[in-house]
Design a protein around this ligand. Structure first.
Ligand code: VIB
Length: 224
């Protein structure tokens, strides 16, 4: 079995927990309070800035032109397309560009992004992929799952989010990461695979914590 399939099988219960989080369920049936999504949008904008840097590290760690070019394209897409879409989407929730630029990351946003950057900076290309894959893969699965619910993709506030992550283009990106991980783990020792599994498990857990943070509007203790 491919390494990615093994990880997916093993972590199914953790993934189920992510997909069943009340934030995700609330987007599915449209009952999520806009205030919670608003908090999510701002933190996700800050998350994307750091995520882009992890893509940049992918280009640094890759040693063939094709993979370097692909990471460069993902970096460009995140910074110059996805973030612009985020700004437009945020505006519909009354979030101005000034508010986005002035926003401060929550403890979970800091912990998650710093963890990914640490794993990527100190590891190999396989570590970079293990760090970014749960984010792409779980969003693709959630996007497809929500898209299959009648009416969910037409919701005036959350439909756009669902359509974006259920899209063919997004799926292709996630599949490219899955294939790259399998390519770079073929023939690796158990110790190396265990390390990658741990990174993958930790970023999967951080995905849950990110939903939870958004659902509860969690900032620093005592934050006004
Ligand atoms: C907390 C959090 N986790 C995952 C994603 C999804 N995501 C962010 S960047 C990227 C790669 C394509 O640009 C993907 C899939 C998100 N937005 N926020």
């Amino acid at each position: 079995m491919k390494f990615s399939q093994r990880l997916h099988e093993k972590l199914k219960p953790v993934w189920r927990q992510n997909h069943n989080h009340p934030f995700v369920k609330g987007m599915a049936d449209g009952s999520l309070e806009p205030e919670k999504f608003r908090f999510y949008m701002v933190q996700d904008y800050l998350y994307l800035i750091q995520y882009a840097k992890v893509f940049a590290l992918g280009a640094v760690k890759a040693d063939d032109l094709e993979t370097m070019g692909k990471f460069a394209a993902l970096l460009d897409g995140t910074l110059n397309e996805e973030m612009a879409l985020h700004r437009q989407y945020a505006a519909r929730f009354g979030i101005s560009e000034e508010e986005l630029e002035a926003a401060k990351p929550s403890p979970i946003t800091i912990a998650y992004t710093h963890y990914m950057l640490h794993a990527a900076q100190n590891g190999t290309l396989a570590d970079v992929i293990a760090a970014v894959l749960p984010c792409a893969w779980s969003y693709w699965e959630i996007g497809k799952e929500l898209h299959a619910i009648p009416g969910a993709a037409d919701h005036e506030l959350y439909g756009e989010w669902i359509n974006m992550y259920a899209s063919e283009e997004f799926g292709q990106m996630a599949q490219w990461c899955i294939d790259l991980l399998d390519q770079h783990t073929a023939g690796k020792s158990k110790a190396e695979l265990d390390k990658l599994e741990e990174i993958f498990l930790n970023t999967t857990r951080f995905e849950y914590m990110f939903w939870d943070m958004a659902y509860n509007g969690e900032m620093w203790p005592g934050h006004a």
